[in-house]
Design a protein around this ligand. Structure first.
Ligand code: FAD
Ligand code: AMP
Length: 461
């Protein structure tokens, strides 16, 4: 029976990063992945293919509608959807093969098959080459899958999840997206840019639940201008294929006819049928594995869990941080993740990025704060590149000036937020950001100005 110091189940950003870090720390590591390619949801059917399509569809939209504003005239712009999909697949394959290379470099043993914990320290690999392996420690990093919705009959073609929406063979005439969360909006934008009419149905009275309301409201206005139709306060009760199209039913509303449906109402942890029931590994009501936040150990000693299958934001970089911390903890080092400094990005155009507390969270918890706002319309670089929509918002403690939250909607917000994450990680004040030199002309100067605005002393407004 093969023996390892550590076996990781699942090779997503949580699992593969934990495996690499543990190998760096001298452990003999194995990783079990049931899919043929490594990289998990993120690389195969999540972050990476969605961003490849977001970029390609944005370029198409630019060439079709906006290049002339920059004095660039192009001829007849045509969409080659198969080529766009092929490029996306090439990007994915390059990256998943890259993880296989990293496994070889770090001497991580790869098992292809489904991992099931048989007992503490023992995992069965099920599949074409079944085998039982032993390991002193086990990390569960099995990730998540799209949540179903009662009444919505997913057929994997006309009615599908994000996985199908990453590979539609043609541009839908009318795509109905159920759920105005991150995944629904990003993929809704892809297909709207490529020419589909997109209707987003959302149960709540707002989009992007959990994000700062002021920023989400601005996002809704901008996306509406781009052609997305939002119908808020709509509870979807069913969706089914009808003839050559689909019909979506909502509480108290006439049914909506369309030709494709994207179900994007959240994700559920992959924690069934991997041996947890038999061992009595504790899970919460929604199936997420409960862990000790100082070690990532589950209720069973020697078994750990990280990433989308434990509570917390379902984000690749959060899974990666946990992978590193968990491996270091197992190696006897300090094990810590700062959940106050995990950024969240929505890769719409413009991008929306945030870190730390929202204004609503500060109000609800009675924390006194000062707010600095700066619009990109007053930023020189934003004007030069023709991307003046959006703003930066900094929330700082009213007494200590410590930065508590930063929210950005605007071009490249996902990259700009890194400065704010570092500020929060280092416990910076808004005055620290205001006194930090920012290169001119850059979009990042809007962050400096928003920091000035906390103290009511913007220079360029
Ligand atoms: P996963 O990536 O889900 O990996 C788990 C792996 O475990 C999978 O490969 C699965 O096959 C395998 N597995 C499961 N059970 C078993 C078993 N019993 N045996 C063996 N293998 C098993 N996050 C971001 O931060 N940024 C983004 O831009 C972003 N975009 C996204 C877009 C989409 C469309 C989707 C769906 C998700 C997106 N996410 C994004 C979320 C991100 O993909 C997840 O948070 C991340 O992949 C979680 O990593 P993980 O390692 O916990 O799990
Ligand atoms: P997220 O969890 O960020 O992926 O977002 C999922 C979104 O789907 C949330 O905004 C939910 O409010 C929304 N949602 C959940 N159930 C329904 C439903 N039955 N009809 C419409 N929207 C829903």
């Amino acid at each position: 029976m093969p023996e390892h110091d550590l076996v990781v189940i699942g090779a997503g950003p949580g699992g593969y990063v934990a495996a690499i870090r543990a190998a760096q720390l001298g452990m003999n590591v194995a990783c079990i992945e049931e899919a043929n390619a490594l990289g998990g949801t993120c690389l195969r059917i999540g972050c990476i293919p969605s961003k490849a399509l977001l970029e390609a569809s944005e370029l198409y939209k630019m060439a079709q509608h906006h290049l002339s504003e920059y004095g660039v005239t192009v001829g007849d712009v045509k969409l080659d959807l198969p080529a766009m999909m092929k490029r996306k697949d090439t990007v994915v394959t390059g990256l998943t093969n890259g993880i296989a290379g990293l496994f070889r470099k770090n001497k991580i043993t790869r098992y292809t098959g489904r991992g099931r914990i048989v007992a503490p320290g023992k995992v069965a690999v099920e599949g074409a080459q079944p085998v039982e392996i032993t390991a002193k420690k086990i990390i569960i990093a099995t990730g998540s899958r799209s949540a179903p919705l009662k009444g919505v009959e997913v057929d994997g073609t006309m009615i599908g999840t994000s996985t199908e929406a990453l590979s539609f063979p043609e541009v839908p005439k009318h795509l109905v997206v159920i759920g105005a969360g991150v995944i629904g909006l990003e993929l809704g934008c892809v297909w709207a840019r490529l020419g589909a009419k997109v209707t987003v149905l959302e149960y709540l009275d707002r989009i992007l639940p959990g994000m700062d309301t002021e920023i989400a409201t601005e996002a809704q206005k901008i996306l509406q201008k781009q052609g997305l139709e939002f119908r808020l306060g709509m509870r979807v009760t069913g969706a089914r294929v009808k003839g050559a199209g689909c019909v979506v039913e909502c509480d108290g509303q006439p049914p909506i006819e369309c030709d494709r449906v994207l179900l994007a109402v959240g994700r559920l942890p992959n924690t069934d049928d991997i041996g947890l029931e038999k061992l009595n590994v504790a899970r919460n009501q929604r199936g997420f594995i409960t862990i000790d936040p100082h070690s990532f150990e589950t209720s069973i000693p020697g078994i750990y869990a990280i990433g989308d299958c434990i509570p917390g934001p379902m984000l690749a970089h959060k899974a990666e941080e946990e992978g590193v911390a968990c491996a270091e903890g197992i190696a006897g080092k300090y094990c810590h993740v700062n959940y106050d400094a995990i950024p969240g990005v929505v890769y719409t155009d413009p991008e929306i990025a945030s870190v730390g507390k929202t204004e609503e969270q500060l109000k609800d918890s009675g924390i006194p704060y000062r707010k600095g706002l700066f619009p990109f319309i007053a930023n020189g670089r934003a004007k030069a590149i023709g991307r003046t929509e959006g703003r930066v918002k900094i929330l700082a403690h009213a007494e200590t000036d410590r930065v508590l939250g930063v929210h950005i909607i605007g071009a490249h917000a996902g990259d700009l937020i890194a400065e704010a994450v570092a500020a929060i990680e280092f416990g910076a004040s808004s005055e620290d950001i205001a006194r930090t030199s920012h290169a001119h002309p850059t979009l990042a100067e809007a962050i400096k100005e928003a920091a000035y605005a906390v103290d009511g002393r913007t220079i360029h407004m």
